[in-house]
Ligand binder design. Sequence first.
Ligand code: AMP
Length: 314
Amino acid sequence: HLGNYLGALKNFVSLQKSKNCLYCVVDLHAITTFQNPKDLNSNILETTAGFLASGLDSDKSIIFNQSSVSGHAELAWILNCVCRVGWLNRMTQFKDKAGKDKEKASVGLYIYPNLMAADILLYKATHVPVGADQKQHLELSRNLAERFNHRYSDTFSIPEPFIPKSGGRIMSLQSPENKMSKSDENANNFIALLDDEDTIIRKIKRAVTDSGSDIVFSDNKPGLKNLITIYSSYAGISPEEIERNYEGKMYSDFKEDLGQIIADSLSPIRTKYEQIISDKDYLNKVLSEGAEKASYLARRTLSKVYRKIGLIKK
Ligand code: AMP
């Protein structure tokens, strides 16, 4: 959805121009809640196609699916043993996701931040492009790396979050007090990357705006503030500039322009996606070549980790 795109994917694409990047489809994270096996299988390919259609390039970056590189699960176990229960108990996302009935949440959901730390530390990543909601998990990854380094000597880089100034937290279109989320049952709350032009324009038209008619970027107008943030993130201009451009204009003028900007930018992604998703051989080739490269790097880190801990790896 648009939140993932502006919060994370857009930075994935820009970073690969100047850095060595690895991007993985996190299928092991996906199963922390039950996934229908057939759907999971197609979702892995669809997410890969979404990455490629959005501009990730398998010649520049290593693109793979997490479960194909067993090192992620192996390092996660080691980090489970480094992590303190109290650290995980502080994770707000678990509280949000598990809801009232946390006794019934999977253990995987509880310890998922350690798997995320493994995703990062396995490759000695220095920067991690994420949305603002992942800041706490990144902090945990840093704590785990520091604790491991302290116990067993310098091994991991300490990763920095790379969160966009604008777009790090995109809110729901209908209830802007909540984050835009893929699991939202009301499709009017989010814009999917594959929504067509009419749908995008309609959803933006229907998005909640606030009382009054001035186009101002203010906490008192959370609906409008969210739309201006999306606009700013797309157009690369500041909220203040947007306020100036729309002085004396109506909400409807602003929404019309915004809907069109989003539709124009997502249209080539949708066209490219349709081409890529129909070519399963290509997708599988990207994933298997990526897994091979990632496995090589992962093995190098893991053998060091095993040795430092004192394990015997035959
Ligand atoms: P998720 O879809 O929750 O697994 O998140 C994938 C990536 O998208 C993470 O880096 C999130 O921080 C980012 N992300 C998810 N939802 C949003 C949102 N509403 N606004 C900005 N970034 C987001």
